[in-house]
Design a protein around this ligand. Sequence first.
Ligand code: NAP
Ligand code: HSE
Length: 429
Amino acid sequence: MSFGKAVKIGMLGMGTVGGGVAQIIERNGELLAGKTDINLTLQRVLVRDPSRRRAVDLPPQTYTTDPDVVIRDPAISVVVELMGGIEPARTLISAALKENKDVVTANKDLMAQHGRELLQLARRCGRNIYYEASAGGGIPLVRPLKHCLVANRIKCIIGIINGTTNYILTRMSCDDMDFQEALARAQKLGFAEADPSSDIEGRDAAYKLAILAGIAFNCPVDPGELSIEGIKNVTRADIHYARELGYTIKLLAIGEEKPGGLVLRVHPALVSLAHPLASVHDEFNALFIEGDLIGEAMFYGRGAGALPTASAVVADIIDAVRSYERADKGLYANNLGKTKLLPVSVLNSRFYVRFLAQDRPGVFGALATVFGDEGVSLDMIIQKRKKNGIAEIVLVTHDVSEELFTRPLEKALRLPSIQPDAGVFRVLA
Ligand code: NAP
Ligand code: HSE
């Protein structure tokens, strides 16, 4: 039985997320129609290989390798882009807007790098682009920041917004798994990008931060200007020491308003076990927001995977259909302000450093002296004996400017008894 207004959808791509959309329409189509009076059908789907087995069996004639068949179909009112990457997605979204279709996308690479230009094109075409799934997967973040929290001046956003790296760090921390095994599992579970270096090196989180910060701070953000560090340098030793000191290590994406501009950065950091972000495990994501009116708020849920991400995509499709009926096209225009991005070096932080040192008299004291002489105060110190006359010395500083911290760190790494490859991470205040 079908009821509700029939709406035909064109989809560009039916992999992990597109398969999730098809599953939701099959499984919850009637529920959705009952709630919204909208009955969704996948009319045409662009893929590379129509013979491939999909999550849902659609009639074979649904599939095409010709994007024009999707974009130019007059029966289709919403085009859903789930191919990923910049091209041909950017050209096809532009073409769909010019064909008078609304667009839904989960493509953070594209929205972070070309979102402004595409939103402006949408506006000129009298259409909209919906991109809730591009940051935070199934967790509502784009809509709450645009609408529910619009009255707030946002002071900071701190996110765990990459499921793959959070899954890897969780497995390394809870199961003592090594990095490669944890990555392979994340790939098998469908969290990782086609090229997982984007997850591991922090670019995926940076794209999402660029999207969210653009909305939160109402300014255009070029992801190329962000300070980005991935999780490659996080070792199991660092994870163990962090725990001993009362912390866990997370890949954080942080946007903060500072006098004179914004600081936007992605890097691993020690997070106190008492902080709400410390209990965000596996592929789960969370965004911690501080607004001048609401105070602190946190959004938590699954940031990756077929059904959670497709849940946000389907909600956007419904929003597109409803907004079209209400003709409120201006709703999603944003990024109009101008804000200066400041370098990370303007920040004060606490730092964790793990040195490998010769286990002989005076080394511990020499390290403490180097930091003390430069006016950097140490909060915690641990020394442990390793094999072959090598000791591990872990320091946590008090709050210090990045610039001031760098001087004693460089001096310490030049000490003859200290090995040059230290583990250095910021500690979330
Ligand atoms: P995916 O599994 O790799 O699926 C991509 C789909 O696009 C496939 O069906 C592929 O066709 C099709 N495709 C790609 N290039 C094409 C081309 N040139 N011509 C025709 N078809 C093409 O990707 P995904 O994981 O679903 O991700 C889709 C988007 O969602 C990406 O932007 C991703 O960043 C974003 N996203 C993903 C997740 C997640 O958990 N996976 C979460 C949030 C956001 P074939 O199947 O025939 O190869
Ligand atoms: N690769 C991404 C992640 C998918 O792991 O978070 C969701 O955007």
